[in-house]
Design a protein around this ligand. Structure first.
Ligand code: SAM
Length: 219
């Protein structure tokens, strides 16, 4: 059977970086957030997993028990490794209570249409599904001077024409403008939601990203 065709946003995302570049990016983030210290037999769920390069990075570090959730059959169809991928909405996770050790989101929460309601739904679902003592890792865009600079450069047509990666980024941003801007406008509310459900273990805001890990405490 032929693969489902990507929509315009998915086509720009596939153009933005190669699977190898994306895997290396995920590995850098995992290192930075202390993933080497996490038990390798942990049951890990990657939310908004897209084409699954997050799994390749996790496998590289020795994690073997991997699952993913994404709404897009077209992106999930691009993954061919051992992780179990489910087409589902992260606002309603298809897992039992306290059944997983680690949940990871890299660049998914800013796609949620309704803030803070949808964010509370996803974070509430992660809290339900992750065992006490487990972790929630989040990497999402954050309005820093670096991000402003990148979008400023991207506002020049010539720059976009000269650099395909920048053009792909700006195309994705244009197509997700409403949810992206909504997300960037609410940093306090986003952090409040994460930090009221999980105890912050690591937090770093740099180069246009929030990188955060929280621990699930007992009820
Ligand atoms: C930027 S991609 C993230 C892929 C990968 N984690 C990354 O960092 O590049 C965003 C993904 O979120 C998915 N998505 C958007 N809304 C979703 C939802 N409510 N539930 C599950 N996946 C969703 C899209 O299909 C897309 O694959």
């Amino acid at each position: 059977m032929s693969e489902p065709a990507p929509n315009a946003w998915e086509a720009a995302y596939l153009r933005f970086e190669t699977p190898e570049e994306e895997t290396r990016k995920f590995l850098r983030r995992l290192h930075r957030l202390g993933a080497e210290l996490w038990p390798r037999n942990a049951q890990v769920v990657e939310l908004f997993c897209g084409r699954g390069n997050g799994f390749n990075a996790l496998q590289h570090l020795g994690f073997t028990n991997l699952e993913g959730v994404d709404l897009s059959p077209a992106l999930i169809a691009k993954y061919s490794g051992p992780a179990k991928c489910l087409v589902a909405d992260c606002r309603q996770l298809p897992f039992p209570d306290a059944s997983r050790d680690i949940a990871i989101v890299q660049g998914g929460l800013h796609h949620l249409p309704e803030l803070p309601g949808d964010l509370e739904r996803v974070v509430g679902e992660v809290r339900r599904v992750v065992r006490p003592g487990g972790r929630f890792m989040v990497v999402e865009p954050w309005r820093t001077p670096f991000l402003r600079f990148v979008h400023w450069v991207g506002s020049f047509r010539l720059a976009r024409r000269a650099w395909d990666k920048l053009d792909a980024l700006e195309t994705m941003t244009e197509l997700e403008r409403v949810t992206y801007e909504q997300w960037l406008r609410q940093p306090e509310s986003v952090l409040r939601c994460l930090e009221s459900n999980f105890a912050t273990e690591r937090k770093c805001i740099a180069r246009g990203k929030l990188m955060w890990v929280g621990r699930r405490e007992s009820d």
